[in-house]
Design a protein around this ligand. Structure first.
Ligand SMILES: [Zn+2]
Ligand SMILES: [Zn+2]
Length: 462
């Protein structure tokens, strides 16, 4: 990729200092106030035009977001989210040149059940501020809880009803249903806490959090009739995601995880500020006086090496500080790393096409074989009598999974990256019931399909 030798004159461009008298490269009259990309000096006004144009061009070029389309915008309160929200508000306003014409709805996902003690007082003040920021835009907005991602019956699946128009018995039914939902939510809250407690490494915890957040976004969008989800991933964040994806065995998902559009679910996910660096986001927010809210993440205040994602972030931002083309180089390389595989079975957790149904002589089967051998050496395997479908743990755990699922069966429904996360869990019985029932449904389906295979007219088209 990058091969700079000693004495090589064409090394990566280093950052230049901005000298006080330097003029803007666009208008050549105003004094420059900042340098973006490698060496483009802009004045305030030209920077605004440049950033707004970049945002509009990213959306326009793709031709994916249509007029009048309902788009669910994920808002976390962070700088990138606030920047995106401001760009959208400006783009939709009457004064915008070539107005944007989609219909945004905002969603904030409250992750306090997982972040727990990291947020002061359960993050009440922060959540209040975020709700205020969302409400100020005048668009429809909602707050959801992360645990709804594993909740068996979703709030959104029931239509809102006006109680006064119903008969007494119906009213009682609706109230009972509300009660049932609250009950389910409380249970999901307990479930999600024990799920995260059972995950040992911070890397796997972060991965699980990202997957659940994504699932919830998609589910809410689907239930409420949004055809797209917009997230505020900037280029710097995506470059970090790209490298940590590769380190976590998600190489096959790199293209989906970083491209403008991600079509793995029925609702499309788009990333309209993927061409922005975090510096541009910060500059935009400061010049416009855009407010943002700080909510800690799982790795806030932990040492650099606490998780793969955290370490990669330190690596990329450290490099970017001295070599401003780092992020765009990573992103351009990532764009070339797409996989052909589009159909076939999908991972239950992240919905990416399964990258695990590969041949016997693959790297994956080699890894699995060597882990089986190393477990055998510990002398554990022989204790398990179920030698054909044994999970290899050798402690009889094959038979004790909830819903009667064996570890092997759970793993078969997951992609390689998600397998790594699940393997990190001490106890797979802590997996959410909702996920388990999805896995067991899928296994029953594929068994049934196998059984009736011979009677189907054209097995290829089924
Ligand atoms: Zn200028
Ligand atoms: Zn997966």
């Amino acid at each position: 990729m990058c091969s700079v030798q000693d004495g090589d004159s064409e090394g990566p461009l280093q950052k230049e200092k901005i000298d006080p008298g330097r003029k803007c490269m666009k208008c050549r009259t105003e004094n420059a106030i900042l340098i973006t990309r490698v060496n483009d000096a802009f004045c305030r006004d030209c920077f605004m035009v440049y950033v707004t144009h970049k945002f509009r061009a990213t959306i326009g070029k793709s031709k994916l977001v249509r007029d009048g389309e309902k788009v669910l915008v994920a808002f976390s309160g962070g700088p990138a989210s606030s920047c995106l929200l401001h760009l959208i508000t400006e783009g939709l306003s009457q004064r915008a040149h070539k107005k944007l014409r989609f219909l945004p709805g905002l969603i904030f996902i409250d992750e306090s059940s997982v972040l727990g003690d990291l947020v002061n007082n359960g993050g009440v003040a922060e959540v209040k501020k975020i709700v205020e920021l969302m409400a100020a835009t005048g668009y429809p907005c909602q707050t959801r809880h992360l645990e709804e991602a594993i909740c068996l019956s979703q709030k959104g699946q029931l239509p809102e009803v006006d109680l006064s128009t119903l008969t007494e018995s119906d009213q009682a039914n609706v109230q009972a249903a509300d009660f049932h939902i609250q009950d389910n939510l409380d249970r999901a809250r307990v479930e999600i806490k024990s799920l995260f407690a059972s995950i040992k490494s911070l890397t796997a915890k972060e991965d699980m959090l990202n997957r659940l957040r994504q699932r919830l976004l998609m589910e809410v969008a689907q239930v409420e009739g949004y055809s797209k989800v917009m997230t505020a991933h900037c280029g710097t964040r995506l470059a970090v995601n790209l490298l940590s994806d590769i380190s976590q065995g998600r190489g096959a998902h790199v293209a989906m995880d970083t491209a403008f559009s991600d079509t793995r679910s029925s609702v499309m996910l788009v990333r309209p500020i993927r061409d922005f660096s975090s510096k541009e986001v910060a500059m935009y927010n400061s010049l416009h006086g855009v407010e943002s809210v700080f909510i800690p993440t799982l790795t806030t205040k932990t040492p650099e090496g606490s998780s793969i994602e955290h370490l990669t972030e330190a690596f990329v931002t450290g490099l970017q500080a001295d070599y401003p083309s780092t992020v765009s180089n990573i992103m351009r390389t990532g764009e070339k790393l797409s996989t052909e595989k589009k159909d076939g079975s999908r991972c239950v957790l992240c919905e990416a096409p399964l990258d695990t149904d590969v041949g016997d002589s693959s790297a994956l089967s080699a890894v699995e074989f060597s882990s089986l051998i190393s477990r055998r050496k510990k002398g554990k395997v022989n204790e398990c009598k179920n030698t054909i479908a044994c999970c290899g743990e050798g402690d009889g755990s094959c038979h004790t999974k909830s819903l009667g699922l064996k570890l092997e069966e759970i793993v078969s429904a997951l992609c390689y990256g998600c397998r790594m996360t699940i393997k990190d869990m001490g106890d797979t019985t802590k997996l959410p019931e909702k996920l388990m029932s999805e896995i067991s449904y899928r296994i029953r389906r594929s068994k049934m399909k196998n059984d009736i295979q011979d009677f189907l007219l054209d097995p290829e088209s089924s």
